[in-house]
Design a protein around this ligand. Sequence first.
Ligand SMILES: O=C(O)CCC(=O)C(=O)O
Length: 376
Amino acid sequence: MTGREKRKAHACSADRRRELAKNYTLYLRSIDGDAEGTDTCRVWCRSSSIPIHPATGLRTDPHRQKSSADLVSGSIPVLDLQSSANSLPQLSRIYSEWGVFQVVNHGVPSTLLEEMKEVGLRFFRSPMEFKLRYACDPGSAASEGYGSRMLSKEEGVLDWRDYFDHHTLPEFRRNPSVWPDFPENYRDVVMDYSNNMKLLAQRLLRMISKSLNLPDSYIEDAIGEVYQNITISYYSPCPQPELALGLQSHSDIGAISLLIQDDVGGLEVLKNGEWVPVVPLSDAIVVILADQTEILTNGIYKSAVHRATVNSHLARLSVATFHDPAKTRKISPLHQLITDHSPPKYREVVYGDYVSSWYDKGPEGKRNIDALLIQH
Ligand SMILES: O=C(O)CCC(=O)C(=O)O
């Protein structure tokens, strides 16, 4: 199967999932979510013609039958940013073949990584009443705050996840007074974390430009002023993890995402039609190339399709930091990368239109970037 055929096959199963999700009747139910017995997560139950599981009464999703353990193969590359052994051809291979890798010795203090996970965990383990004080606006896309439903549309596929989204950069968007004031260092930690992630993202974008024989700041300049959002995701234990996803398959829409996770595991990346687990490494940061980087590099480097699985016994926490262009920014393949042999693969897009279309249609593998492909 070619890469394109595999993507298409993958998209078909996702279409089927959406079709099933349309039939679901949704209602809100709370469960005792974690070891502390606090009510942590809102759980969606479904009704449709799908078979009911005999033990639990939940309806099954035939497209979520394989556990990640069935699909394990290989592992994603790890880059030591302090090593002098990182050659440009090696980096190019990682960006083009994987679009995702873990970095170690990245310069971000490990205490800050731990603090960030710790404040997130303490917030999510707080009483629901407290968390709802920070509820995001369910009617508007990507609104800041606490929520459990990324898309406002009723018919979207639903994830087994609660999250807190923070608008952190540029500074004029940063309003810590709308972030939790418990634990008491929450706001300071998020601001410090945001600044550190921006520096690392810029460093990684420079490495990407360099690996393409472009001036160091080239991709950064094409993106313009960085818009950064930080999303903490909390996945409660799920009674039937084989029937749910913490976060459905998607590629990130912006330029580059940086993710940290606890040691539970659940992040998976699609490679050659198989889901490869991203094994948690202490102090590592997962780097995920996103769609605008794929467009700018004319498809030489790929955005990574990923998802989060859930399990029945342990809650999991991750923190994703997204670095995006401004909504008014026009993005198209860089002209230095266009030749007679490699004509532009993607149409120019205004980033804000890309975002609107993503929120309108919902994520599904690479459906959104594929819609920009030029047929030659
Ligand atoms: O929780 C994870 O590991 C994945 C999070 C993610 O992909 C996202 O927030 O876009």
